[in-house]
Design a protein. Structure first.
Length: 351
């Protein structure tokens, strides 16, 4: 960083800038969100106010220290070996932390970053060293994904069919684990060009200066002083593999207690993805006998064949077989395209 508050190699859409004002004027021609963020970034406050995505609760504004955002950018640059003059594609909304941090990385590390509309189908016009996407964007970009050398994917689980489709792509593709409070990812997991043997499956591996532990619910506790001011107790149930590695099992608040058996929807969904090709999720609904019963919610038109396929799917225990299947025309989503399970369920089963 130089005294301009951005690296002198920084470029946005192929243009270099000699002052903050010049960059701000140009950013107005892109969109209000970029202009507003850069205005906040260059002001005298030592923090930026950002909006959480609302995937696990009501969206809320939180303040993040600029110093910690810079630390996060440096950690990503170091981990992925993304130095000065890295070419990057920003295809996420800058209304949220993932998009904002792509700009912070570019500004502070001296990248040349191009912006494209944050739509589900990403236009990849040329080759890039690095980008970040949500799973829906990756799905729609499979034919052109080879143009990006390294890609991080966050904001949702990557479905089995996408996992299969990316295995032999030249792009290095990583799932990220993190949240707004940790200024995006504190851990990553390689998704492609990996051995298919279950015992060899990669785990989430932390970036430097991150300490992991678990609480009495087996939920992940994160201490990352370089990017988070306080210890963060998550609602993510994990299996700790080592001091720096873990497997994500699912959300504690999604766990279904069916007749005393605890079911993790995310693990069941992983199995069901072998046969259900539409978007779907499983969830618990009140049941007099079991307390909660497991049901499957599928997006799209009713398909009676799914019921038979699910009942006969090898690998599902008797507890993991959905007791009912519901179809809905369209899932309710957050602005960052994460499925809102409880709101979608309420659409089907009004209380």
């Amino acid at each position: 960083m130089d005294n301009l508050n951005f690296h002198n190699s920084f470029q946005l859409n192929g243009i270099s800038f000699s002052s903050e004002d010049e960059l701000l004027i140009f950013s107005k021609t892109i969109n209000d969100s970029v202009y507003q963020f850069l205005s906040d970034w260059f002001n005298t406050d030592d923090f930026v106010v950002v909006q959480t995505s609302g995937s696990t609760g009501k969206p809320k504004p939180i303040s993040l220290k600029k110093e910690l955002m810079l630390n996060s950018a440096k950690a990503t640059g170091t981990f992925f070996n993304l130095k000065e003059n890295t070419t990057a594609l920003l295809c996420l909304s800058t209304d949220y932390i993932a998009g904002k941090m792509m700009l912070v990385r570019a500004l502070s590390l001296g990248w040349s970053i191009d912006m494209t509309a944050p739509t589900s189908k990403v236009e990849i016009q040329k080759e890039y060293d690095f980008s970040a996407m949500v799973p829906l964007q990756l799905r729609s970009s499979l034919s052109n994904i080879h143009k990006i050398k390294k890609l991080i994917v966050g904001g949702g689980v990557v479905a089995k069919d996408i996992m299969e489709a990316i295995q032999n792509k030249s792009t290095e593709i990583y799932a990220t684990y993190g949240m707004t409070e940790t200024i995006t990812h504190i851990a990553v997991k390689k998704l492609n060009n990996i051995i298919s043997n279950d015992s060899e499956k990669p785990h989430y591996k932390t970036l430097p200066n991150v300490q992991l532990s678990q609480d009495n619910r087996n939920c992940l506790v994160i201490e990352a002083p370089k990017v988070a001011q306080e210890k963060i107790i998550t609602n993510d149930v994990v299996r700790l593999v080592s001091e720096t590695e873990f497997d994500w099992l699912g959300r504690y608040d999604n766990v279904i207690n069916s007749g005393g058996v605890k079911l993790h929807p995310e693990k069941i969904e992983e199995k069901l993805s072998k046969i259900v090709t539409s978007r779907f999720f499983v969830i618990g609904i009140p049941d007099k006998r079991l307390g909660e019963k497991l049901v499957l919610i599928v997006e799209g038109e009713k398909n009676d064949a799914i019921s038979n396929e699910v009942r006969n799917l090898l690998g599902l225990t008797k507890y993991e077989i959905p007791k009912a299947i519901y179809f809905v025309d369209k899932f309710i989503e957050t602005e960052t395209q994460k499925i809102q399970r409880k709101k979608t369920l309420a659409k089907i089963l009004p209380h």
